[in-house]
Design a protein around this ligand. Structure first.
Ligand code: ZN
Length: 456
C-alpha cells in the first residue's frame, strides 16, 4: 500500500471526525455542519422565523457595543420586538465607519475574538474582529459548499491558493495534520511561473485530485497555459471550486473546456465569509440565509432592487463579537427571487460584479497573482486606499491615499514585500494622491497589470 493509498483510507474512514466529535469543544461545529445543509431547504415561514431569531440575538449583542447602542437608540429599535423588516431602519456600515469607530464597534462579550484584516473589494484596508461563533459557522458552511461541489469524505483536494495566512497554516505541524486528514495538497498561486505550472500539472496528474479549490484567475491562467501547450489534464475527477474574485463567463468556459469538469463559484469576503455558492444546476449562487441577510440596493436611493444590478449589502448573523449590520461590502450584484429547481429555498445571486484581479508577468518569468500585493496592505491603518499598477514589464506605480494615521513606517513592509517579488532593478514609483478614481463600471481595481502575455 502506498502512502497516498493509506492517506485515502484514513480520510475515508472519517477518523478526524470520529476523534473530534468526542471533544466537547469541537462537537458544536459538527452539529452546525449537520444542520446547515437542511437550513437551505427550509420553507419560507420557518426560514423567516429562524432568521428573525438570529437577527434579534444579533441586535441584543449589538446593544453592548458603544457604536451600535447609539445607532439602535436613534432608530428606536428594541431587539426583543424587532422584526426582519426593521433592518431597513438601520444605517449602512461602511469601511470608513469601521476605520473611524475602531474598537467602539466591539460588542463586549465573553466569546474570544480573533483579529482579521482585509483590503476589501475596494482597496481600502480595514482591521476587524470575528468571534468563535462566526468561525465555527464559516467552517460548517465551507463543508456544505464542498458537498455542493461533489466532495465526499476522503476525496482528494488540491488548493491552488496564495493567501499568506493559509500558507503559514500549511507549514505548521497542526496545519499539516489538518491538511493530511483533509487529503489536501497545496499549490502556490502567488508563484506561478511557466516552470511551476508545469510542475503543478505533473504533480496533479500523479496525485489525481478530485476537487480543485482555487482563485478564479489562477485556474484560468493554468487552463490557458495547458491549452497552449496542448496538455490535456486528467484531473480533477469531480469539480473545480472558485472564489475570491469575479469568475467572468469567458474564464468559466475556458476552464470547463480544458478540465472537462463543472466549475462551482462561491462568494464571500474576508470580513464576511460563506455568503453564497452554486449548486449543480448553475442557476446562480444560493445565498446562505442562515448566515447572512443579503440586500441588493440602488446605490443612490438605497431601495431594494431585484433582477438588475445593485450594490450588495450584507448583515452577518453569526459574528456577535463585532456586528456587521448592513455592511457595504463593496461589490455590485444581481439578486433573483426566482427559485432554483434543486429544492433549496434561498434567494439566488445571479451575477457578481466584484473584484477583478490581474496576474502580474515579471521579467524573471514569475507570474504573481494580484492578491499577493493586496495582502501586503492588510492591517495597515494609515492607508485609506491604494492601487498598484504594472505599467510595463519592469515598471510599476503605487498610488496611495493616506488617512490621518499615516506615518512613514506604514509603507516600509509594503515596499519590502513588493521589492521581494519585482526585484531591485525594477522601477517603482510611489505617488500620493487625494483620490483614486474608480473604473467606468464604478468598481475599484486595486491591482492592475497592463502586461499581457500569451504562452509559447
Ligand atoms: Zn439550486
Amino acid at each position: 500500500m502506498t502512502f497516498q493509498q493509506a492517506q485515502d483510507f484514513i480520510c475515508k474512514s472519517r477518523l478526524e471526525k470520529s476523534i473530534s466529535s468526542f471533544l466537547p469543544l469541537k462537537r458544536r461545529k459538527w452539529k452546525l455542519y449537520h444542520n446547515k445543509g437542511s437550513l437551505l431547504c427550509l420553507a419560507e415561514p420557518e426560514k423567516k422565523r429562524f432568521q428573525e431569531e438570529k437577527f434579534k440575538n444579533l441586535l441584543r449583542q449589538a446593544l453592548n457595543s458603544p457604536y451600535y447602542s447609539g445607532v439602535l437608540e436613534k432608530a428606536g429599535l428594541n431587539p426583543d420586538n424587532a422584526m426582519l423588516e426593521d433592518l431597513k431602519k438601520l444605517p449602512f456600515l461602511t469601511k470608513e465607519i469601521i476605520r473611524r469607530q475602531g474598537d467602539s464597534l466591539l460588542a463586549k462579550s465573553k466569546s474570544r475574538l480573533y483579529q482579521n484584516a482585509s483590503g476589501g473589494s475596494t482597496g481600502e484596508p480595514i482591521v476587524f474582529y470575528q468571534d468563535k461563533n462566526y468561525r465555527e459557522n464559516v467552517w460548517a458552511t465551507m463543508m456544505v459548499i464542498l458537498e455542493m461541489c461533489g466532495w465526499y469524505y476522503g476525496a482528494r483536494v488540491a488548493r491552488l491558493w496564495g493567501a499568506p495566512q493559509d500558507k503559514r497554516r500549511f507549514r505548521t505541524l497542526r496545519g499539516r495534520l489538518i491538511y493530511f486528514f483533509q487529503n489536501t495538497r497545496f499549490y502556490d498561486s502567488f508563484n506561478m511561473s511557466e516552470e511551476n505550472m508545469l510542475k503543478y500539472h505533473y504533480d496533479m496528474t500523479r496525485h489525481k485530485p478530485d476537487i480543485i479549490i482555487c482563485y478564479a484567475s489562477s485556474i484560468y491562467l493554468l487552463a490557458k497555459f495547458l491549452k497552449k501547450r496542448g496538455l490535456k489534464p486528467s484531473y480533477p475527477s469531480i469539480s473545480i471550486n472558485t472564489s475570491a474574485e469575479t469568475l467572468l463567463p469567458h474564464m468559466r468556459s475556458t476552464v470547463t473546456e480544458v478540465f472537462g469538469r463543472d466549475v462551482y463559484d462561491k462568494y464571500g469576503s474576508r470580513e464576511i465569509s460563506g455568503i453564497a455558492c452554486e449548486c449543480s444546476l448553475h442557476r446562480g449562487l444560493h445565498v446562505f440565509e442562515d448566515n447572512v441577510i443579503l440586500e441588493c440596493v440602488d446605490p443612490i436611493t438605497g431601495k431594494d432592487v431585484y433582477e438588475k444590478p445593485g450594490e450588495l449589502v450584507v448583515t452577518d448573523l453569526n459574528n456577535l463579537g463585532m456586528p456587521f449590520i448592513r455592511y457595504r461590502i463593496g461589490d455590485m450584484g444581481v439578486i433573483s427571487r426566482e427559485m432554483c429547481p434543486c429544492g433549496r429555498n434561498t434567494i439566488v445571486l445571479k451575477k457578481i460584479l466584484g473584484r477583478i484581479t490581474d496576474n502580474f508577468y515579471l521579467k524573471n518569468g514569475k507570474i504573481v497573482h494580484g492578491e499577493y500585493f493586496t495582502h501586503l496592505f492588510y492591517g495597515i491603518r494609515g492607508i485609506k486606499k491604494f492601487q498598484f499598477i504594472q505599467e510595463q514589464e519592469g515598471e510599476f506605480t503605487l498610488d496611495i491615499v493616506k488617512n490621518g494615521n499615516y506615518t512613514e513606517d506604514c509603507l516600509k513592509r509594503v515596499l519590502l514585500g513588493i521589492r521581494d517579488v519585482i526585484g531591485e532593478d525594477a522601477s517603482l514609483k510611489v505617488e500620493f494622491k487625494d483620490r483614486i478614481p474608480d473604473t467606468s463600471t464604478g468598481k475599484h481595481r486595486f491591482t492592475i497589470s497592463n502586461v499581457k502575455r500569451d504562452f509559447i
